[in-house]
Design a protein around this ligand. Structure first.
Ligand SMILES: N[C@@H](CCC(=O)N[C@@H](CS)C(=O)NCC(=O)O)C(=O)O
Length: 204
């Protein structure tokens, strides 16, 4: 069975949980305490020298980084649906994996960890970046249901958690109705696995 090293509040781990849920793949979760204390996390470090979750183990495949794991699961178990093999369509989807790892990481993710885990960082800059992320997504979703293609792909999965949890970084979703509707579309799909914080009613 697939093993996932995770923490319930990790949005990066949650990207993986969401795709596993949509694909209907059972997995065994391995809880890792955060922040990681390297001296107490030898098992995790053996698989990921960066000392971060998520890590996925599927047979002899060991992967770190949520984006890489989404690519693996989509191609291995999702046929053409979640990450197509067509060069242009694949690149269109991957644009949003990078958006998740850069713009979303530096915006809604950092604003959230400031309030939730007392990280020392420039909170005003993180909030400014989070607002820009929401503006970009709301404009993108004004005339379409999904970030790319005619169906949800790992582009949507990669961007979902930290955007849906933006309120925990005191960046409210009110005023971004297209983003809120997109979150609801993803939440109402078969197999969706919620995360603490996702059950908050979304303000429009
Ligand atoms: N690029 C990685 C980032 C992973 C990451 O930052 N994970 C956090 C939890 S969301 C972590 O494990 N941090 C280690 C710590 O806080 O000690 C990914 O997308 O998976």
């Amino acid at each position: 069975m697939i093993k996932l090293y995770e923490h319930p509040l990790s949005g990066n781990a949650h990207k993986v949980r969401i795709l596993l849920g949509y694909l209907g793949i059972a997995y065994e979760g391995v809880h890792i305490d955060l922040p990681v204390q390297p001296e107490k996390a030898a098992d995790l470090l053996r698989h990921n020298p960066l000392a971060e979750v998520p890590v996925l183990i599927d047979g002899d495949v060991v992967l770190r980084d949520s984006q890489a794991i989404l690519v693996y699961l989509a191609r291995k178990y999702g046929g053409e649906t979640w990450l197509p093999s067509d060069a242009a369509d694949q690149a269109r989807v991957v644009q949003w994996l990078s958006f998740s790892a850069n713009e979303i990481y530096h915006g809604p993710n950092l604003a959230r960890v400031y309030y939730l885990f007392n990280f020392e960082l420039d909170i005003e800059l993180a909030k400014k970046r989070a607002t820009r992320v929401l503006q970009i997504l709301d404009a993108r979703l004004a005339s379409r249901s999904w970030l790319e293609l005619d169906r949800p792909t790992i582009a949507d999965v990669a961007c979902l958690p930290y955007v849906a949890l933006a309120g925990e970084g005191k960046v409210e979703l009110a005023g971004y109705p297209n983003v809120v509707a997109w979150i609801d579309r993803l939440r109402s799909r078969n197999g969706f696995i919620p995360m603490p914080g996702f059950e908050r009613p979304l303000a429009v």
